[in-house]
Ligand binder design. Structure first.
Ligand code: F3S
Length: 293
């Protein structure tokens, strides 16, 4: 058996930074320390932070004192005001790429453009970005929705950082016919694009794909949907415990990738457990390549 691991599997720059910020805050800032929403979509990491006294909350008004960390997804401006009003310390771990989208949206909204966000309206990043244009953005997640919008004189389009490039292009092409002046910012994160391209390539050449990442993680779900197109034996797991070794051992070539919120140690654990289980009783000879791109 050969196991290939995608080069860009796991933590992206923004998530890495948010986690480090949360870990450093433990000894630096007023306690209790909270994150507004789970810092990443990974239950194992969240539990680890809870054990060190960093708790996820869903609303600022639940907090009387201490520190609030804004996660990489970012938030709308009114949240900063609420935190300040309550006299709480703010640690802003918004990913710089998301901050860049918020700034663009604010700038073009103030210039009178209709803002369009291509993405999922329930995703926290999109909810946050919409706040920077007073929640007036049109949020589109399908071609049908794009076909149904009205005509606008001036439009500014941005994308959720984790959407699929092809999906963005298709939606944008529908909007072009509906406005006189359009500014398009392709704000899909480079890391996301690279990870998705690797997943696509890898899933075409293996018998089975394993995608490691939180079941609620949007970017992990996208990887799963890409891989399913090219490899029918695609498995989405959170940890090695979700993996059926009985099924896995029937394959000869296995690809592994992971979402942006999957720590390295979880990826390593999956690989190690697979190697150990598969080599028990000399069931399989395993070759390992850890930099497929
Ligand atoms: Fe930031 Fe890109 Fe990660 S936008 S949070 S570096 S996926």
């Amino acid at each position: 058996m050969k196991i290939f691991v995608a080069k860009n599997a796991g933590y992206c720059f923004g998530v890495q930074k948010a986690i480090e910020t949360a870990e450093k805050s433990i000894n630096q800032y007023p306690k209790p320390i909270y994150t507004l929403g789970p810092i990443i979509h990974n239950n194992q990491v969240i539990k680890g932070l809870e054990n060190q006294g960093v708790y996820a909350i869903d609303k600022v008004n639940k907090v009387q004192q201490g520190t609030i960390i804004i996660r990489s997804h970012g938030v709308e401006p009114k949240i900063y005001e609420q935190i300040k009003k309550r006299g709480l310390k703010i640690i802003d771990a918004t990913c710089p790429y998301v901050k860049n989208i918020q700034n663009k949206v604010q700038k073009y909204y103030q210039k009178g453009y209709q803002i369009i966000i291509v993405g999922n309206k329930r995703h926290p990043e999109v909810i946050g970005v919409n706040g920077w244009c007073d929640n007036t953005a049109i949020i589109l997640d399908s071609i049908k929705e794009a076909e149904n919008i009205s005509n606008y004189q001036r439009v500014c389009i941005v994308s959720q950082t984790t959407i699929i490039q092809k999906h963005f292009s298709e939606i944008v092409s529908k909007i072009i016919a509906k406005s006189r002046e359009i500014i398009i910012f392709n704000t899909i994160c480079n890391t996301t694009t690279k990870r998705q391209e690797e997943a696509k390539k890898l899933s075409k050449v293996v018998d089975a794909m394993i995608i490691i990442g939180g079941y609620h993680s949007s970017n992990t779900q996208k990887l799963v949907s890409i891989c399913k197109k090219y490899c029918k034996n695609t498995y989405h797991i959170e940890t090695y415990k979700d993996l059926s070794i009985a099924e896995i051992k029937t394959y000869n070539k296995i690809g592994i990738t992971a979402g942006a919120s999957t720590p390295d140690w979880i990826i390593k654990e999956v690989i190690e457990k697979m190697q150990n289980k598969l080599s028990e009783n000399n069931e399989k000879q395993i070759d390992f390549e850890d930099s497929f791109e």
